[in-house]
Design a protein around this ligand. Structure first.
Ligand code: FA5
Length: 377
C-alpha cells in the first residue's frame, strides 16, 4: 500500500485513500451480510456494486491519476471490488439455498390427504331410470315425443275425451294456470293447466306426425296431491302410444311383457284388469308379476313377500286401446287405424324396484339417498 506521493501526485483524491476504499468494501460486506432475503440482497447489490455505488465512483477517479498512482489505486480498488463480488456471490448462494429449503416446506403436498373432497355429481336415479325405460322402446323403433308441462286444457282433457264435468278437471286434482292480468280471478278461464299426465302428448303426436305413430313420452306431471310416502304433487310418468293399421290388445300385451322382461328379467309377465279411462276403450289396469317372489308368496304364510304384500302382482299403471273418439279428435280415421297406449308413474316403479319405502326421499335431494344408485354422469 502506498500513500499519496506528493512528488508526482498533485491531486489528493479523497475517494481513493486506502482507508476510504476499505470503508466502502466493509460497508458493502456488512450490507450483504445484513440482507435477510434475496430482495434485500438485490437492493444492497445495486447500492454497492451498481454504476452509482461508492466503489464505482472511486474507480472512475483512477483515470485522472498519474501512471504510478493509477497502478496503486487501481490495485486497491480492484481488490476491494473483487472482495465485494465474492461476498455478494456467497450471500446470494446462502439466501437461494434458504429460499429453496423454505419453498420445499411451504409448498409440500401431503399425498396422504383424501383426493376427492369435492364429490363428483351424479344424475338422479329418477332421470336415469326414466331413460332406461325409454331406451327399451327406442330399441324397438319408437321415437321420443315431448310436450309442454304448462299444457292447453284442450290437450290435457278435451282431446282425450274427458267430459266437461269429469272430476279430474276439478280444482282439487288439477293446477290451473292463472291467465294474463285483467282476465279475472277465475284461474280455469286461462285454458292452461299444469299437465296432470303425459297422455296429452298422445294428441300432440297424432296431430303433428305422419301415421303410423310409435312414440314414447317421458316427462314431469303435476297433481294437487299432498306430499306423503306414496304421493308427490310433482312426479314423472312415461307414456307409450302406437297407432297403426291392425293393432290389437295382443300387441299391447306383448309390448308390456317385453318391457317388464327388459327391466326386471326373464320370466316376467303382466296381467290386465278391467278399468276405465276416457281416452282408451277398452281400458285396463296393468299389473306385473312380483319380481321378488314371482307369485310364490300367494296363499303361502311361510313365505311372505314385503314387495307385493303377498299379492303376487304389483300395480304398474293404466293402458288400453286408443278410444276412436281420440283418433277422430286428432284427425285419424278410426275405420283404418287402431292403436294402444299405456302410462305409468316412474316414482312408484322405482320404489318397488329398489325397495324404497318413502317417496319423499326421492325429492329431498339428500346425497345419502342418491349415492347408492351409483355415479352415472
Ligand atoms: C294416468 O295418468 C293415465 N294417463 C295413464 C294411461 C295412459 C292410461 C295411457 C291409459 C292409457 P293414473 O291417474 O292412474 O293414469 O296415473 C298413472 C300412474 O301415475 C299411477 O299408476 C301412479 O303410479 C302414478 N301416480 C299417480 N298419482 C301420483 C302421485 N301423486 N305421486 C306419484 N305417482 C303418482
Amino acid at each position: 500500500m502506498s500513500a499519496p506521493n506528493k512528488s508526482y501526485d498533485p491531486v489528493e483524491v479523497e475517494a481513493l485513500k486506502p482507508e476510504e476504499i476499505e470503508r466502502m468494501r466493509d460497508e458493502a460486506l456488512a450490507a450483504f451480510a445484513a440482507a435477510a432475503d434475496l430482495q434485500q440482497l438485490q437492493e444492497a447489490k445495486t447500492a454497492h456494486t451498481g454504476g452509482s455505488s461508492p466503489l464505482a465512483l472511486a474507480n472512475r477517479e483512477i483515470g485522472a491519476l498519474p501512471p504510478q498512482a493509477k497502478a496503486d489505486a487501481g490495485k486497491r480498488v480492484g481488490q476491494a471490488r473483487a472482495a465485494v463480488g465474492r461476498a455478494l456471490a456467497a450471500r446470494q448462494g446462502e439466501l437461494e439455498a434458504e429460499r429453496d429449503a423454505r419453498v420445499l416446506v411451504e409448498e409440500a403436498v401431503d399425498v396422504t390427504l383424501p383426493y376427492d373432497r369435492t364429490p363428483s355429481g351424479a344424475r338422479h336415479p329418477l332421470t336415469t331410470f326414466m331413460e332406461r325405460v325409454a331406451d327399451v322402446f327406442v330399441a324397438m323403433g319408437y321415437e321420443i315425443a315431448e310436450g309442454p308441462e304448462a299444457e292447453a286444457e284442450w290437450f290435457n282433457f278435451d282431446a282425450l275425451n274427458f267430459t266437461p264435468d269429469h272430476p279430474a278437471r276439478q280444482m282439487q286434482d288439477t293446477f290451473f294456470v292463472r291467465g294474463p292480468q285483467g282476465a279475472g280471478d277465475d284461474e280455469s278461464a286461462s285454458g292452461v293447466v299444469l299437465r296432470t299426465h303425459t297422455s296429452p302428448v298422445q294428441a300432440r303426436a297424432l296431430l303433428g306426425r305422419e301415421l303410423p305413430v310409435y312414440v314414447v313420452c317421458p316427462g314431469r306431471v303435476y297433481r294437487t296431491d299432498e306430499l306423503d310416502a306414496t304421493h308427490t304433487p310433482v312426479f314423472h310418468q312415461i307414456e307409450l302410444l302406437a297407432v297403426d293399421e291392425g293393432l290389437t290388445m295382443a300387441d299391447l300385451k306383448g309390448t308390456l311383457d317385453h318391457m317388464v322382461q327388459s327391466l326386471f328379467g326373464a320370466g316376467m309377465k303382466t296381467r290386465l284388469r278391467p278399468n276405465y279411462f276416457p281416452f282408451t276403450e277398452p281400458s285396463a289396469e296393468m299389473d306385473m308379476l312380483c319380481y321378488v317372489c314371482k307369485g310364490a308368496s300367494v296363499g303361502n304364510p311361510d313365505r311372505p313377500c314385503r314387495t307385493c304384500a303377498s299379492e303376487g302382482w304389483i300395480e304398474l299403471g293404466g293402458c288400453g286401446m286408443v278410444n276412436p273418439r281420440v283418433l277422430v279428435a286428432c284427425g285419424v280415421d278410426p275405420g283404418r287405424y287402431s292403436g294402444f297406449a299405456f302410462g305409468f308413474g316412474i316414482e312408484r316403479m322405482l320404489m318397488f324396484r329398489h325397495n324404497i319405502e318413502d317417496m319423499r326421499d326421492m325429492v329431498e335431494g339428500d346425497v345419502r339417498f342418491t349415492r347408492p344408485f351409483g355415479m352415472e354422469i
